[in-house]
Write a protein that binds this ligand. Structure first.
Ligand SMILES: Cc1cc2nc3c(=O)[nH]c(=O)nc-3n(C[C@H](O)[C@H](O)[C@H](O)COP(=O)(O)OP(=O)(O)OC[C@H]3O[C@@H](n4cnc5c(N)ncnc54)[C@H](O)[C@@H]3O)c2cc1C
Length: 498
């Protein structure tokens, strides 16, 4: 079999897969619809302000390191990462503030100062448990290609996960260690990243809190989009033929296997194998023959969505840290509202101010504010988002001002809102950028497979397939997709890919 691969989409999943495939010796063409790489990890530029459009919390940079190392390079020569301390500034409805610090020791000191010495000891035991959970899960659940659910049934690994509480609900697991309600919130809200309420999510997802609040939050000079640009440049250096501004219209099949990719302008790229990075349900719907779609895909439960308001400001936001999380009074009600398809009545929200770390993202003296409000997705609600968008800008400005960041409406030079309707227009199923929820039946061996079952030579990468959503997971998905593709091509993975 040959080695001509077309990767569709230069999101972080597509870029990671393309780099790995090229390093392993495949002939790789990467076709990206937009004029820049990165997909959700994109960039918006307005009036001298540079906005990251998607991820702001960058964790697990070792996964990026691994990609550069495979190509015989050092990440540090391309990306300048700073570990943020505090990683988050958390503000609670009673006015109290906790900082998630940049190391376990510093965090234990913060907990001792704010919540007392006994809670600090409990925090240390909790941090050790999260680390153990992460280590037990990584090989079994995250960095693994599954051919069947039976692949999970390695008795020793499963027994260890059960012992560590991975299959208990997240909330009681966390509460069995921590007593201070503020810490409980700080170490459970990440369930939302996986598309669930912490009352519903399994303990396995406490590992997101590990990646987030224990293993460190990083920021690249130039913003998170620098990662996308860096990987696109790396792809070029290892021989990937990256074509921007090239929208793919269909995967051509013959005898139930992919043989070529056709673009919107009628160009045809013949190939032995195609790797698809667009959101998985949309890739099935728009690019593959209808009969290729597995029955489960249209029935997936999708994660909640979000509204983002990008604010370009002519002055700093008073007292802001790089990442700020504002918790509502009634924690459970926020999740209940979102999952019931309503706007949060008493909202929890995030504010990222990247100019705290890299002032060059705004004109001199200015600031960038990235406000994110968790919301229902389009399946779960009947909200008119195009009408709601402008209201969300005004609401964001008011919330920021009420939270003490200054007169935000007066400071606003640029305001851009992105709603679930916009995420849908960008090609994301159910109008959510957070993919299929990580319920038990949509995780690990049960997540939509990264090999199309009914059409040959089609592999998926990105947040809709294994292992899941978020920058670290999609980088791993690129590794798993490359391993699948190379196996189908009868080739060996390079370096650490398996
Ligand atoms: C607002 C927001 C906040 C987030 N916050 C975080 C965070 O703090 N931390 C974190 O880890 N993760 C975060 N995430 C999630 C993270 O960004 C995503 O999980 C990840 O970037 C998805 O990568 P991907 O490769 O799966 O898909 P994408 O980035 O969507 O890539 C798919 C690519 O395919 C291209 N494409 C689609 N259709 C076609 C076609 N027909 N032809 C050619 N190209 C096509 C698209 O243009 C795109 O470039 C956030 C996401 C958003 C949107």
């Amino acid at each position: 079999m040959g080695g001509k691969v077309v990767v569709v989409g230069a999101g972080l999943g597509g870029l990671a897969a393309a780099v790995r495939l090229a390093v392993a010796g495949a002939d790789v063409t990467l076709l990206e619809r937009e004029d820049r790489p990165g997909g959700r990890a994109g960039r918006l530029e307005r009036d001298g302000f540079a906005f990251d459009t998607g991820p702001s919390v960058l964790t697990m940079p070792a996964l990026l390191d691994e990609l550069y190392a495979l190509a015989g390079e050092r990440m540090a020569d391309s990306l300048r990462l700073t570990r943020l301390d505090p990683a988050y500034r958390a503000v609670f409805a009673d006015g109290s503030v906790l900082h998630v610090r940049g190391s376990v020791e510093a965090m234990a000191a913060e907990v001792r100062d704010v919540c007392g010495p006994a809670e600090s000891q409990r925090f240390l035991r909790f941090a050790a448990r999260l680390q153990a959970l992460y280590e037990a899960e990584y090989d079994t659940f995250i960095d693994a290609n599954f051919d069947s659910p039976l692949d999970l049934a390695r008795p020793a690994a499963m027994a260890r996960l059960v012992r560590l509480g991975a299959f208990r609900r997240m909330m009681p697991l966390v509460r069995s260690f921590l007593r201070d309600w503020r810490l409980v919130r700080l170490f459970t809200f990440q369930a939302m990243y996986a598309g669930m309420s912490p009352y519903e999510a399994l303990g396995v997802y406490a590992v997101i809190a590990y990646m987030d609040a224990i293993a460190g939050v990083y920021f690249p000079a130039g913003g998170v989009h620098a990662v996308s640009r860096g990987l696109a440049d790396l792809a070029g250096r290892v021989g990937v033929d990256l074509r921007l501004g090239t929208a793919v219209e269909a995967v051509e099949t013959a005898s139930a296997r992919a043989v070529a990719v056709r673009t919107a302008t009628g160009e045809r790229f013949a190939c032995d194998l195609v790797v698809l990075n667009p959101d998985l349900p949309v890739a099935y719907r728009d690019l593959l023959p209808a009969e290729a779609t597995p029955w489960r895909v249209p029935r997936l439960r999708h994660s909640p969505s979000c509204v983002v308001v990008h604010l370009g400001l002519d002055r700093p936001l008073a007292g802001a840290a790089h990442h700020n999380i504002h918790f509502s009074h009634d924690y459970a009600a926020s999740f209940d509202d979102i999952l019931a398809g309503r706007l949060q009545r008493d909202a929890s929200w995030f504010l990222t101010v990247p100019t705290v770390t890299d002032p060059s993202l705004a004109p001199p003296g200015g600031a960038v504010g990235f406000y994110l409000l968790p919301t229902p997705n389009l399946v779960g609600s009947a909200l008119n988002w195009d009408a709601q968008g402008p209201r969300e800008v005004a609401m964001a400005q008011r919330r920021l001002t009420d939270a003490g960041y200054g007169d935000v409406a007066a400071a606003t030079v640029v305001a851009e809102v992105v709603t679930p309707a916009d995420w849908a227009r960008q090609g994301m199923a159910a109008g959510t950028p957070f993919a299929a929820a990580h319920t038990f039946t949509q995780t690990g061996p049960f997540r939509p497979a990264n090999v199309a079952p009914k059409v040959g030579g089609v592999v998926f990468t990105g947040s809709g397939t294994t292992p899941g959503v978020g920058v670290p997971m999609v980088l791993v998905s690129g590794k798993l997709a490359a391993a699948r593709a190379l196996a189908l091509l009868g080739r060996e993975p390079a370096g650490a890919a398996r």
